[in-house]
Design a protein around this ligand. Structure first.
Ligand code: ADP
Ligand code: MG
Length: 369
């Protein structure tokens, strides 16, 4: 069984590389300020293997970036001087927006250590926001590319009720018994409602996700919704689906993006099983928060490919079946939700993708999803 977690393994490879080559030591960055800017910077820099975030400081103990730092095991400080003394960063990034911080840093930061502040840190913040926008666009583009493959599934699902409607309507042209007419009319209404529901699900899935729309998501309901959507992308009729849901599981984030994550994981799992096998969807409360596992009994992933599957455009599928952007987008959404994703896989036996999201787990369902 090979285990893989994208962020951690990237880092390990980088550090090993650094040991052989004397020059590219990881850049040691300290972040001053753990508000929105500091959190975004921490998230962005943490994903880059050649950068080591050696510490973050904020006088406010409940600043959001400090919680994030704890999750990422980045050292937390309440005084700039302690951070500088203990970590000796090569670069100090001030994102406090506090004009007095400049003179504090000037005094405390030793010569030779670079400082990024003022307009420069604002520029960085703008670049990070821009990148977040690009990621959202990429996710949408990949989703639309996936919907292209839904055509056969949709045609099948809409054709069944249409055939039923046709048959009933043909009967009605000759039916004289009023009770039978009413009964058939009711069947027609039901069939139309079914097709309307399909159209509604797909229209809402294909719409652009609004980034503002964040809240508590009922994870079990989202997994069920994802199964409904995934049915259009992949044939599920010969797949045994096992659901092991712990009740009332929630995660905090954007419901549309989480739905897309689940659709992608389920689609990958079913594709790996070549449409035959067992798909297990599991949710559990763990110490860290909510855990979701999507397992398949499919082809598995070769150990040498495990650290590549999260790369953009990495795919082993023929054109039309895969874009190679699924797991890349998944990783971004999960990082944005402050969660983690790991994969365990055995060639020929199957794979399990495990998602962990922070937060309380036993709240009532419904949330904003
Ligand atoms: N459940 C799985 N079982 C086996 N291989 C998988 C699974 N999920 C992902 N992969 C591998 O990771 C690659 C990248 O996946 P993804 O980013 O979703 O792109 P795509 O599905 O478009 O190829 C896939 O091409 C496949 O080789
Ligand atoms: Mg995929």
């Amino acid at each position: 069984m090979t285990l893989f977690s994208p962020a951690i393994s990237d880092r390990r490879t980088e550090l090993q590389g650094a040991a052989q080559d004397p020059t590219p030591l990881p850049m040691k960055v300290a972040i001053i300020g753990a508000g929105r800017g500091g959190t975004a910077l921490l998230d962005a820099l943490h994903q880059i293997g050649t950068i080591g975030v050696v510490g973050i400081v904020d006088i406010n103990p409940s600043a959001p970036g400090l919680r994030r730092a704890q999750e990422l095991t980045v050292p937390i400080y309440d005084r700039v001087s302690n951070l500088l003394k203990n970590q000796q960063p090569s670069l100090v990034m001030d994102v406090t927006g506090d004009p007095t911080m400049e003179s504090v840093l000037q005094k405390e930061v030793p010569p030779g250590t670079n400082i990024v502040n003022g307009q420069t840190s604002r520029l960085l913040w703008l670049l990070i926001q821009h990148e977040t926008g690009l990621q959202a666009e990429l996710l949408h583009a990949e989703k639309l590319a996936g919907i292209g493959s839904f055509a056969a599934g949709i045609a099948h699902d809409i054709n069944n009720p249409l055939q039923l409607i046709l048959g009933l309507a043909e009967n009605l042209t000759e039916e004289t018994d009023l009770d039978a007419v009413h009964l058939q009319a009711r069947d027609i209404i039901e069939a139309v409602k079914r097709t309307t529901a399909i159209c509604r699900d797909l229209t809402s899935y294909s719409r652009r996700t609004s980034l503002q729309q964040e809240g508590l998501i009922s994870v079990n309901a989202k997994l069920d919704e994802a199964l409904k959507i995934a049915r259009y992308a992949v044939a599920l009729q010969d797949i045994e689906i096992r659901k092991r849901y712990q009740p009332d599981m929630i995660a905090k984030g954007n419901p549309d993006q989480l739905l897309h994550v689940f659709v992608n994981l389920i689609t990958n799992a079913v594709q790996a099983m070549e449409h035959q096998g067992i798909l297990t969807l599991e949710t559990t409360a763990v110490d860290e928060g909510t855990q979701i596992r999507v397992s398949d009994t499919g082809s598995g992933i070769a150990p040498e490919l495990l650290n590549r599957i999260f790369d953009p455009f990495f795919t082993t599928k023929p054109p039309g079946k895969g874009t190679g952007l699924g797991l890349y987008n998944i990783k971004n959404v999960i990082h944005h939700m402050h969660g983690t994703i790991t994969v365990e896989s055995q060639v020929g036996r199957g794979s399990t993708f495990t998602l962990t999201f922070p937060g309380e787990t036993s709240q009532s369902e419904g949330g904003s999803s």
